[in-house]
Write a protein that binds this ligand. Structure first.
Ligand SMILES: [Zn+2]
Length: 202
């Protein structure tokens, strides 16, 4: 769609193409030289090293649905949330399943603070489903995309970037970048709240 066109991103020639296809072509064009050869297929496909969760609806990054992360939690797949919800950009948390807080921990923590949270979330989600294209500030979304990519690359290089167990947020119009810790919840089945030395199989 025309609203997907951005400097450094998809160009006007991409309008009308599938997003995944256009994004894949853009990545290939941005990497001159021959693509690295895929490893010889031997045995089962290796698990993903990292999933970047950048949903089209920023609400799913700001208040991620634990159901959507269930497979990553079960398989121990690290995942990083990033997105823009109206005037607020979010990078993080980077979730290390079983070690740092997950979407389920975040949701439980919010319900503890505000019992009306689930009802508000249902209303927001249904309002978002009806909306065709969300307004999104281009400068903010470009910053969020760049920061998310940098955090992802840092993690893949063996570091624990600042989004590990933490959420970075910047909101229009002042755009201060602030982080807040994301804590494991004792009732969450991801078991991140149980210190590993005390984890005893039942
Ligand atoms: Zn959890």
């Amino acid at each position: 769609e025309a609203a997907d066109v951005a400097p450094g991103g998809l160009g006007p020639g991409c309008v009308g193409r599938l997003r995944a296809e256009a994004a894949g072509a853009l990545v290939r064009e941005s990497a001159p030289g021959r693509a690295p050869r895929a490893a010889e297929a031997e045995g089962p496909e290796p698990g993903l090293a990292l999933v970047v969760v950048a949903p089209r609806d920023g609400l799913q990054a700001w208040a991620p649905d634990p159901g959507g992360a269930a497979d990553w939690i079960a398989s121990g797949t690290p995942h990083l949330y990033a997105g823009v919800l109206e005037g607020t950009g979010v990078v993080g948390p980077l979730v290390l399943p079983g070690a740092t807080a997950c979407a389920g921990c975040m949701e439980r923590e919010r319900v503890d603070r505000d019992p009306a949270w689930p009802r508000m979330l249902v209303q927001w989600r249904s309002a978002h489903r009806r909306r065709t294209a969300a307004a999104c500030d281009l400068g903010l979304s470009t910053a969020v995309a760049g920061l998310a990519a940098a955090h992802a690359l840092s993690f893949l290089d063996g570091e624990l970037p600042a989004s590990t167990a933490s959420r970075w947020e910047a909101a229009l119009p002042a755009l201060h970048w602030d982080s807040s810790p994301v804590r494991p919840h004792p009732d969450c089945p991801c078991a991140a709240a149980v210190p590993s030395e005390q984890a005893v199989p039942s």
